[in-house]
Design a protein around this ligand. Sequence first.
Ligand code: HEC
Length: 140
Amino acid sequence: MTPRNVLAILALTGALAACSAKKPGEPQATPRAPTSGVGERIYSGNCVPCHQQSGVGIPGVYPSLAGSPVVLGDPTELALWVIKGQRPLSMPVGRYPTQMLQFGWMKPADAAALFSYLRSNFGNSALPVDAAAVAKALGQ
Ligand code: HEC
């Protein structure tokens, strides 16, 4: 085998390894902790059309959830906004020409999984939110 062939094989092996690396949003072959999957699934099914898979939104159209003070801040405000459409003070009216849907159907346990997902992805790093905190925020 010539050194050139060896190089080609090495390059190919590297490419194959890169291809098999898991990307976020791809179906997971190995099961993960049940709660971590729930938040990601709710996000993919409900929020991605506007906030995008990467969480960065669309500039001038939909806000980024990466580094968002609402995502990282008080879980009560986050819950009231997403579930009831109650606007936090940190979100002045008129920033965006578009509107967000309300997710009034979301149960506290699902919302908690979703919020925990938002707070630990897209480069965000904040403590997880539990179902009791969401229920309390909603006065339930
Ligand atoms: C139809 C598009 C749309 C969908 C779907 C949507 N959003 Fe939004 N979202 C928006 C818009 C528009 C705003 C800005 C609203 C405003 O400032 O009045 C926003 C704002 C937010 C904010 C505040 C961000 C910030 O810092 O300003 C959070 C948090 C958020 N959305 C979470 C979610 C979650 C979680 C979901 C899924 C359950 C979701 N959104 C689904 C359009 C959407």
